[in-house]
Design a binder for this molecule. Structure first.
Ligand SMILES: Nc1ncnc2c1ncn2[C@@H]1O[C@H](COP(=O)(O)OP(=O)(O)OP(=O)(O)O)[C@@H](O)[C@H]1O
Length: 340
């Protein structure tokens, strides 16, 4: 478990003091994939450097599995940092070393015996899908393959925490998805805690369990991914949610069309298990009313689907109240957009 308590980082060059991280409190549970999203300058890189002990906080503490990283020094800090690995946006590979040698490097530094290194490298090459490319140099690899080496190298010393600093930002969309699938697979298989920083909501949607939104050094919103996607509170979070194209279609729903229709327009919001229910069919059967689907969209996350449907129905007030009560009972939010 990672606990950040009242963490601030102020860079002070004697003339100007800049608060890069401003009183952040976060808890990342063991085995979670935790996303930190924000635009450039929000303080994400500084926060991740505080997590791996590269920066000391101006105030507050960072505790990883009970150890206070922010207070650790010397050998204790070095040992703690062996258990916190990092994957970088630009891979940071050694260009004069092969795939195998890059993966072996951190184990050599840690003093792991040669035979153990050989076996572990072979295991990691297999895990990240680089079999057959063991003797290639980074310049002979695609971006996705380079990041696979970066991930294998980061896993070499069996870390407790994997930090990903914009790990997919230099990759095309298809390769991004493959690398995200690999990270999700590693997380699920080894229950490895992953903290990733990104400016792309697609990354959060695809693999994260929880997300924190950063703006001007502060965490302005935090929660599980499904709730943040379905009920983004802050304008910046709403902007990020709109980045994910399927969900952005909300704006294409023609509200004028709704005002021209007689009757009621209801927006249904589904999350997780409620998306599997044949709710419109059930309501049609129960009330004998034809429900007309006006618009709909579904988005997949690591925790299932969430989505919204706009339906039109001509119903009495009493029927409408009953319909809304039925929806609530099925864990579906029903919001009346227009009535009468
Ligand atoms: N070593 C430093 N000295 C002074 N200011 C710094 C230092 N590191 C970061 N900053 C400042 O802190 C603020 C947050 O920067 P940070 O790099 O953490 O943001 P970010 O969200 O990671 O953005 P980016 O994705 O562009 O790196 C910025 O205003 C930056 O200029």
């Amino acid at each position: 478990m990672i606990v950040l308590r009242n963490i601030s980082k102020i860079f002070d060059n004697g003339k100007v003091a800049l608060t890069a991280v401003d009183n952040v409190n976060l808890t990342v549970e063991q085995g979670q994939i935790y996303g930190i999203i924000g635009y450039s300058g929000a303080g994400k890189s500084t926060l991740i450097r505080l997590l791996n002990g590269l920066e000391k906080p101006s105030t507050g503490s960072v505790t990883i599995n009970g150890q206070d990283i922010s207070a650790a020094k010397g050998e204790a800090l070095r040992q703690a940092r062996l258990k916190i690995s990092m994957v970088f946006q630009h891979f940071n590979l050694l260009w004069s070393r092969t795939v195998n040698e890059n993966i072996a490097f951190s184990m050599q530094i840690a003093g792991v015996p040669k035979a153990r290194i050989k076996a572990r490298v072979a295991e990691l090459v297999e895990l990240v899908g680089l079999k057959g490319r063991e003797n290639a140099y980074p310049s002979q690899l695609s971006g996705g393959q380079k990041q696979r080496v970066g991930i294998a190298r980061a896993l070499a010393n069996n870390p407790d925490v994997l930090l990903c600093d914009e790990a997919t930002s230099a990759l095309d969309p298809q390769t991004t998805d493959q690398i995200l699938d690999l990270l999700l697979d590693i997380n699920r298989r080894f229950k490895l805690t992953i903290v990733l920083i990104t400016h792309e909501m697609h990354v959060v949607r695809k693999i994260c369990d929880r997300v924190a939104v950063m703006e001007n050094g502060k965490v302005v919103e935090e929660g599980d991914v499904l709730s943040v996607f379905t009920h983004p509170q802050q304008p910046i979070t709403q902007q990020f949610v709109r980045q994910v194209s399927q969900y952005a279609e909300e704006e294409t729903f023609n509200t004028e069309l709704a005002s021209e229709l007689e009757g009621t327009v209801i927006r249904l919001t589904f999350t997780g298990h409620s998306t599997h229910k044949p709710v419109v069919g059930e309501l049609t059967l129960r009330y004998g009313l034809p429900f007309n689907i006006l618009h709909g969209k579904m988005t997949q996350t690591a925790h299932g689907v969430f989505g919204q449907l706009w339906v039109h129905v001509v119903a009495t007030d009493e029927q409408l109240n009953n319909i809304l009560a039925d929806l609530k009972q099925s864990d579906i939010e029903g919001e009346v957009i227009k009535h009468g």
